[in-house]
Unconditional design. Structure first.
Length: 328
């Protein structure tokens, strides 16, 4: 009877996807009753609304919005929302906090993996990797032509990083050994860590003017949404390469397509786009100077496990009344 009562009295945690890595599930199930949504890749909004009522915590592995309606449905027991992501544009953080609910994300543990993808996209775009394969497939390999298929150099280039947080700094660290000329960055404020990379804080316009590679590593918010538009592409070098490992909506995608088609910029490497999944008839897929990945920046076994475990630890700390390891 005691065991039954103990089980009944356990805090209840909603897990919005069955794909959360097992070490995180193991951590949580030792302490709590878990309600794991079985739908892959994650429960729909309606399915989540049907299950969230009365839970004490929510482990969020989903693009479904955490907004007033969701929180109203959850009710007064909800004490913490922990998202398995560094980005939190799907969470109305102000609304969550106004109710005294804690909220956490998973920064830093994914910085290295995402930075590796940023470097991959810099190299793949600069050396025309996607286009090169097409040349082979289409029997257009001009083997003896000295000026055929020339790319751009990372060595000696100016790297511009928009958003110099954990991911931006991890990108800088990896590009320095390529013999770059310098790093400039823009954002809300000067970062003391920039000294380690000899990175210079400049205005956004100055970054666009100087950079051979413009790497987007900033969060998506009202200020950054659509910030890369026609006007911005006009300010970039015609030899410049744009790399986005942040969120697709930071870029005005029709404007990017125009810039690539009209050769206003040299190329783009994107791990994120809008919408996701990208429709198969998107003009981006027809552009030889655009390298695309299906939003896999953090997609390594080690990184996704670390993200899941950190989110679980955010829940445990919040329910225990101790400081969360990664609060927002």
């Amino acid at each position: 009877l005691h065991d039954a009562f103990s089980k009944m009295s356990k805090p209840r945690v909603l897990v919005t996807s069955p794909e959360v890595l097992q070490p995180a599930i193991d951590l949580l199930k030792e302490r709590y009753e878990l309600i794991i949504c079985p739908e892959k890749p994650y429960a729909t909004r309606q399915q989540t609304l049907e299950r969230i009522s009365g839970v004490d915590a929510a482990l969020w592995c989903s693009k479904v919005k955490v907004d007033k309606e969701m929180l109203d449905k959850a009710g007064p027991n909800l004490k913490v929302v922990a998202t398995i992501s560094a980005g939190y544009d799907h969470i109305d953080v102000k609304e969550v906090k106004s109710r005294g609910i804690k909220v956490g994300n998973t920064p830093n543990v994914l910085s290295h993996a995402v930075a590796e993808v940023a470097v991959l996209l810099c190299l793949a775009t600069a050396r025309r990797m996607h286009e090169g394969r097409l040349k082979i497939v289409n029997n257009e390999w001009e083997a003896s032509s000295l000026q055929w298929f020339l790319g751009q150099d990372i060595q000696g280039s100016t790297i511009g990083i928009v958003g110099f947080g954990g991911i931006g700094q991890a990108v800088a660290k990896r590009l320095i050994p390529f013999g770059i000329e310098k790093i400039v960055y823009s954002g809300n404020s000067c970062k003391p860590e920039a000294k380690e990379y000899n990175a210079e804080f400049v205005s956004f316009d100055e970054l666009l003017k100087q950079s051979d590679f413009v790497i987007i590593a900033c969060p998506l918010n009202d200020k950054t949404r659509g910030m890369f538009n026609d006007e911005v592409f006009n300010k970039m070098k015609s030899s410049a390469i744009l790399v986005n490992v942040a969120r697709g909506d930071v870029v005005d995608q029709p404007a990017l397509i125009r810039a690539l088609e009209q050769k206003k910029i040299w190329g783009a490497g994107l791990d994120v786009m809008s919408p996701e999944p990208l429709p198969t008839d998107s003009p981006l897929l027809k552009l030889p100077n655009c390298v695309l990945l299906p939003h896999v920046g953090s997609a390594t076994v080690k990184t996704r496990t670390a993200m899941s475990v950190l989110a679980a630890k955010n829940i445990i700390a919040a329910l225990d009344g101790t400081p969360m390891p990664a609060p927002l």
